[in-house]
Design a protein around this ligand. Structure first.
Ligand code: NAD
Length: 298
């Protein structure tokens, strides 16, 4: 069993750190939120007062933070961890950030003699709780292989997409597709509902037809169709609209740089951005279902 320092215990990081502790790893954990620290302590991890304290005497450092500036700040900011990490340690950043930021942070750490991989995840909060996440890694083969001993206790798939930064590219391709599927599924369900169909029955029909997709299988956006999903919990928990909008912004930056055509990704980015500006940024991303509800009949 390994010793792990875990930084960022939110919707995803909390259950991920808890699963490591449950699997028997010695986990030290830090978050800015006291409530998050308390929850992970109840799951068997040791709470720490700072990121600096977390990385002492551990083999692996795992971070699960919101965006570029959080990751850059923790590792490279004033008195960042780069000044305190040891060359024997492996840093595994599971946050979804730009590939540029991953390459920058990984490159600076490498110059200081510290190994780094980016390992963003797919599978949502349900996957984080169940320990069934998919890790999409960027880094050397040996560093990715070394990370497997902890990643395997938080997920069921570990892929290597390429060198540092490649995990982030693969991850935003996936999330761009997910956003398109979520908006499309929401539109189809609203259309059926507006024409008198029961969304539960329509969901069952589409699940056995050519419209079948992940959102229908495990994350139905229509309240009441499925238990234990954010739509049946007032769109609380899960993957926030603001985080999806961030990922779609990253996808557009990447597309512009590569000259790739992403008209659907561009549209969903605008939809999520606008939904956030209307005050729904902290709701789960399946709340886009309400954005596409039909106008009231006159
Ligand atoms: P979250 O906002 O629930 O959690 C982020 C946590 O980081 C918070 O608890 C916050 O207090 C903590 N934090 C911020 N700055 C910190 C610092 N300097 N030191 C210590 N802790 C700090 O977000 P989340 O949903 O857990 O998402 C985390 C990352 O995972 C994001 O990059 C997101 O895009 C990605 N992701 C989320 C999901 C999902 O379904 N929620 C799925 C896949 C990937």
């Amino acid at each position: 069993m390994a010793t792990v320092g875990f930084i960022g215990l939110g919707n995803m990081g909390g259950p991920m750190a808890a699963n490591l502790a449950k699997a028997g790893h010695a986990v030290k954990a830090f978050d800015l939120s006291d409530a998050a620290l308390k929850a992970v302590q109840e799951a068997g991890a040791t709470p720490c007062n700072s990121a600096k304290e977390v990385i002492q005497d551990v083999e692996f450092v795992v971070s699960m933070l919101p965006a570029d500036h959080h990751v850059e700040g923790v590792y490279l900011g004033d008195d960042g961890l780069i000044n305190h990490l040891q060359s024997s340690q492996l840093v595994i950043d599971c946050s979804t950030i730009s590939s540029e930021a991953a390459i920058y942070v990984g490159g600076e750490l490498e110059k200081a003699g510290i190994a780094f991989i980016d390992a963003p995840v797919s599978g949502g909060v349900g996957g984080a709780k169940a320990g069934t996440l998919t890790f999409i890694c960027g880094g050397t083969e040996s560093n990715v292989d070394r990370a497997r001993s902890v990643l395997n206790d938080m997920g069921k798939n570990v892929f290597r997409a390429g060198d540092v930064g490649a995990g982030q590219i693969a991850k935003i391709c996936n999330n761009m597709l997910l956003s398109v599927l979520m908006v499309g599924t929401s539109e189809a369900l609203q259309l059926g509902k507006a024409n008198g169909l029961d969304p539960k029955v329509l969901s069952e029909i589409m699940l056995q037809s050519s419209g079948r997709n992940w959102t229908l299988e495990v994350y139905n956006p229509c309240p009441g169709v499925m238990d234990n999903v954010p739509s049946s919990n007032d769109y609380q928990g899960g993957f926030m609209v603001d985080l999806m909008a961030k990922d779609l912004g990253l996808a557009q930056q990447t597309a512009l740089k590569a000259g790739a055509a992403t008209p659907m990704g561009s549209l969903t980015r605008n939809l999520y951005h606008s939904w956030s500006q209307q005050g729904h940024g902290r709701q789960d991303f399946s709340s886009i279902f309400n954005y596409v509800q039909p106008a009231a009949k006159k």
